[in-house]
Design a protein. Structure first.
Length: 672
């Protein structure tokens, strides 16, 4: 200071990862500065280059292809080699050592350290500034707009009719429990009476159901074609909630339908736990009015043909959702097959169902729009059998598991054979040019592939445990076991191909909640397989590795903060990192990028913006998330998770945002 010399720091930065310097307080609010790829400039100091990006307000259901903030997988990260920019690799410093809840040391090289990284990021992702209800904890925030829900919102009639059409023609391809002519009749009455309805006693349920149709349809519309303000969907949901709270008297089928549609809407908003709580009410009401029991139209029952078919459709759609929630959350089902004797609905069009009878026309009859919903209900029953037989909390012997797997595989093959003409039709077939048929085909295919993964996943994960214990793959495998592995991997690859198809046709919406879960499960299986095969030549698993990265890329491109897509991408990023770490053990001198990326280029892809040295990318720090930490559910009891039910529980915790991953730290299943 006395010499008045200028002090500069010219040495290379070598103290771990370069920190991200936040913008100055007086930064222009119209733009934010986003650091570019985390490499060092020629001077050895952190690069000061940055790009300006406009700040746009977050609106509900936005479907523009914007990725996660600071996420390492961009929407265009898979490009032809000639179009891809060169990305330098940086050898990051290792993760700091940590301890589990019992105080056991978990170093950065530990095979289960990825669980701690996943848990840390998930806790950041689901942290909230304000305490939430116990019925919705772990869900994405639902920002209620500041408005009076008792105020009746009247869109222009043509815009509202557009929402009705979107609901039936796209939003609900297989969960079709509403009778379109009846809903259309109520819609006309709603506008003719300015929202008062003629039957005052049934008005709240009818209006609430109409509002939920509007809310649900809007999140499935292209962003540039959505009527009303950006928060209109949540406004309709809250208005429906207000209407349903005014119900009095006996339980009506309309009441069950409105609340069931609320469950589906909550899932599109990544509010899984809220949906689970609401679904408990749905099942109670459904059982109270006997939807699980078979009834026929006539004077004895006092029901018309429309009412009987609506009851059957509503129950089996609720049954399907019950299966999905049990599958994704790992919780017991609400409906039990022994308590059900109601028939499946008829495979007829809505306009063919009248109050007195069903009139079926044989002229010019192509695919019925109810063909896929019926097939979906039948497939849900098979998945229910899978969960009951292979994922029971009671121990299942190896011989019993093999027997059940063979029986379920036969059921799946028979189900597929019945629908082969529809499911295997060419994508550009004239019969599939109708959007609703494209949606139905994709939903059924994805559900079928997921059922196969659930059935055969044990074989892949058993290999995974064996590889983690022995370090190499056993040379002598049981042929039946090998065939099971092939079936699982084939289904996972088919899932990724279907996701590719949906994405390339620009039909991927953030509202596709079950598609996100199917994609996550498939990519997780593929990453685990790659980790298991690390000692084999890269060519043996390169296609599986590329498919997993591609699937993760599609998910990250539409993920929003707090969404299920974001949560799944956090876990997949850690699995991708672990896969690279294992792969680089066979290529220690290549530093990952030159060896792995070059081989991926050979099969037609290049990874852009990923840390190819096996370490987590700086882009995944999520510095915008609130770091208060989520509730610690350390009271969960540890269990012997030596079979694939452990990974199912792991996936369930990710979906719900509940639970503590420390329960898996001492389990060999997760030691990778």
């Amino acid at each position: 200071m006395r010499a008045k010399a200028r002090c500069t720091f010219d040495s290379a930065y070598a103290r771990g990862r370069a920190p991200i310097i936040p913008p100055a307080p007086d930064v222009d609010h119209g733009t934010i500065t986003i650091p570019t790829s985390p490499h060092l400039d020629s001077g050895g100091s952190p690069s000061a280059s940055a790009q300006q990006a406009p700040v746009t307000p977050s609106t509900e259901g936005t479907d523009a292809p914007t990725g996660l903030q600071n996420y390492s997988l961009a929407s265009n990260n898979l490009m032809p080699p000639e179009e891809a920019p060169q990305v330098a690799s940086l050898q990051h410093s290792p993760e700091p050592s940590q301890e589990d809840l019992q105080g056991h040391y978990i170093g950065p090289a530990s095979g289960v350290s990825f669980l701690l990284r996943v848990q840390k990021r998930l806790h950041q992702a689901i942290s909230f500034s304000l305490p939430g209800s116990i019925f919705t904890f772990g869900d994405a925030p639902l920002h209620p707009p500041d408005f009076d829900p008792s105020f009746c919102m009247m869109l222009p009639r043509d815009d509202a009719q557009h929402l009705i059409d979107r609901y039936f023609d796209f939003a609900m391809p297989t969960h079709r429990f509403l009778h379109r002519p009846t809903i259309q009749e109520w819609f006309v009455e709603f506008y003719d009476t300015m929202g008062t309805m003629r039957d005052v006693s049934n008005a709240p349920a009818k209006i609430g159901l109409l509002f939920m149709v509007f809310a649900h349809a809007r999140v499935y519309m292209p962003i540039d074609d959505r009527p009303g303000p950006s928060d209109l969907s949540s406004r309709y949901y809250l208005a429906a909630e207000h209407q349903l709270s005014k119900e009095s008297g006996s339980i009506r089928l309309t009441s069950v339908q409105a609340r069931l549609l609320q469950c589906y809407y909550l899932l599109t908003q990544s509010r899984v736990n809220h949906c689970w709580s609401q679904f408990g009410t749905v099942t109670s009401l459904a059982l109270a009015i006997g939807l699980n029991r078979n009834k026929r139209p006539g004077a004895a029952s006092g029901l018309s043909q429309v009412e009987v078919e609506s009851r059957r459709r509503t129950f089996w759609c609720a049954y399907t959702l019950d299966t999905y929630l049990s599958m994704s959350l790992g919780r017991p089902r609400s409906f039990h097959d022994d308590d059900i004797d109601t028939e499946l609905p008829a495979c007829v069009e809505d306009h063919e169902i009248t109050k007195d009878h069903i009139s079926v026309s044989a002229l010019n009859r192509g695919y019925s729009i109810m063909l896929a919903p019926l097939a979906h209900m039948k497939l849900a029953r098979i998945i229910s059998k899978i969960l009951r037989s292979l994922y029971s909390i009671k121990p299942v012997s190896a011989s019993r598991r093999v027997e059940q797997t063979e029986r379920i595989s036969k059921d799946l093959d028979e189900w597929r054979a019945e629908l082969s003409r529809f499911l295997d039709a060419d994508f550009f077939s004239s019969s599939l040019l109708v959007p609703i048929f494209q949606r139905q085909r994709n939903v059924l295919n994805l559900t079928f592939y997921h059922a196969i993964i659930l059935t055969h996943r044990q074989s892949v994960l058993n290999n995974f445990v064996r590889a983690s214990q022995q370090g190499v793959r056993s040379a002598n495998e049981d042929p039946q076991h090998e065939e099971s592995v092939k079936q699982c991997l084939k289904a996972a690859m088919e899932t990724v191909d279907t996701i590719d198809e949906i994405t390339h046709s620009r039909q991927m919406f953030r509202a596709f909640w079950i598609t996100a879960y199917f994609a996550f499960t498939a990519a997780m299986v593929l990453y685990i397989y790659v980790i298991q095969k690390w000692a084999s030549p890269f060519e043996e698993y390169s296609s599986h590795f590329a498919a997993a990265i591609r699937c993760q890329s599609h998910m990250s491109a539409i993920a929003e903060k707090g969404s299920l897509f974001e949560r799944y991408c956090l876990v997949l990023e850690e699995l991708r990192t672990e896969a690279l770490r294992h792969i680089n053990r066979m290529n220690p001198s290549t530093n990952g990028l030159e060896g792995i990326d070059t081989q991926l280029q050979d099969i037609g892809f290049q990874i852009i913006g990923l840390a190819m040295d096996g370490s987590p990318s700086n882009e995944t720090t999520y510095t915008d998330l609130i770091g208060q930490g989520a509730m610690d559910f350390s009271t969960l009891q540890g269990s012997t998770l030596t079979d694939f039910s452990g990974w199912n529980q792991f996936a369930s915790m990710v979906s719900s945002g509940l639970g503590n991953l420390d329960v898996f730290l001492n389990d060999e299943t997760f030691r990778i």
